[in-house]
Design a protein around this ligand. Structure first.
Ligand SMILES: NC(=O)c1ccc[n+]([C@@H]2O[C@H](COP(=O)([O-])OP(=O)(O)OC[C@H]3O[C@@H](n4cnc5c(N)ncnc54)[C@H](O)[C@@H]3O)[C@@H](O)[C@H]2O)c1
Length: 316
């Protein structure tokens, strides 16, 4: 009898803190049948595969292997989490020179081994690296995309949930634009159960004032700096965010997530990748939603694109 081939095969390039956290959440999720681990530090990838495999008796069967790019053949999706991370006080954009080189090294090898799968970039600065990856991969639109502001949106929803005393899953609010300093909150759409935040009372019964909301956004924007100051890097939340994206792709869920895709004229932005609420399914980032934003929000979104475009020019 012919052996069944494993399906839902995921590749991961970069098995540092972010990659390993994603792998750890993936193995517990039951979302994929097989995970391929690749890293420039081959021993590190091998060690992670061993450690993760030893946990399988606790969570259920899956195939986890480390090795070379040839193992990526047949992957439905490859996640890239390789590259330098921020040092305390360093911005994501300051990683650009180093990590543009990392992406230029990795993407052609991924595509050569696996010409058809979806590619999800998480390395920073994710928006610029997504654009570079998309140019190199030459796959249909949406098949190369970035994790974008998925983590910022999660941080924002968590902080709003805490303030209003509501499960963050019931808070509908988005951070869009750059995954970085020029990102912006879409206050005009933020709501709990369809009620605008301005009309919801805080957990302590007080009304909501502009300054408090601005402070919540500022804490969102600065969260990575605060965590890196304390524990050098951030990885658990992005690991779970990547799992959410991967699940949306493998299960063709059509989940709306703030992932980053090269813009094709949306709100007048062209070329650079930015985050907007996007329908994610088997084809990757399938449909970017042109959400109604206020004039100020639109201006800030376009400014975010201009900042990234200038940075992209510096590594062209
Ligand atoms: N998108 C997000 O929201 C988000 C959140 C946190 C971190 N990050 C980014 O994720 C990236 C990884 O962070 P980390 O904390 O895991 O770093 P890390 O230093 O722990 O791991 C990086 C790994 O990449 C590997 N690597 C470097 N160059 C490579 C290459 N050319 N080919 C294959 N592997 C290579 C290294 O050997 C290392 O194992 C950083 O760029 C970081 O800024 C993104």
């Amino acid at each position: 009898m012919a052996r069944l081939q494993p399906r839902d095969r995921v590749g991961l390039v970069g098995t540092g803190m972010v990659g390993a956290s994603f792998a750890y959440s993936l193995m517990q999720s039951g979302v994929a049948n097989e995970l391929i681990l690749i890293d420039a530090d081959a021993a590190r990838a091998e060690g992670e595969a061993m450690d993760l495999n030893h946990g399988l008796p606790f969570v259920g069967p899956m195939r986890i292997r480390a090795g070379g790019y040839e193992l990526l053949a047949g992957c439905d999706l490859v996640v890239i989490t390789a590259g330098a991370n921020q040092r305390p006080g360093q911005t994501r954009l300051e990683l650009l020179q180093t990590n543009a080189g990392v992406i230029r090294d990795i993407v052609p090898k991924v595509v050569a081994a696996n010409p058809r799968g979806v590619i999800l970039v998480a390395s920073n600065p994710v928006d610029i690296l997504t654009r570079i990856a998309a140019d190199l991969a030459r796959l249909p639109p949406g098949q190369v995309f970035g994790s974008g502001t998925i983590l910022d949106t999660a941080r924002f929803r968590y902080l709003l949930g805490e303030h209003f005393g509501v499960n963050p899953q019931s808070v509908h609010a988005y951070i869009v634009g750059e995954h970085g300093d020029s990102e912006l909150p879409v206050w005009s759409m933020a709501n709990i159960a369809g009620v605008r935040l301005a009309d919801v009372s805080a957990a302590d019964g007080s009304g909501v004032d502009r300054a408090t909301l601005d402070q919540i956004f500022e804490r969102t924007r600065m969260a990575a700096y605060e965590i890196i100051q304390r524990k050098r890097s951030t990885y658990y939340a992005i690991g779970l965010g990547l799992l959410t994206i991967v699940e949306a792709v493998l299960r063709d869920q059509h989940t709306v997530l703030t992932v980053s895709t090269p813009m094709r004229g949306t709100f007048g932005v062209d070329g650079i990748a930015l985050s907007l609420p996007t329908i994610v399914g088997l084809g990757g980032a399938e449909n970017v939603l042109e959400i109604p934003m206020s004039a100020d929000e639109l201006a800030a979104f376009r400014r975010s694109g201009e900042i990234l475009e200038a940075q992209l020019d510096s590594v062209r």
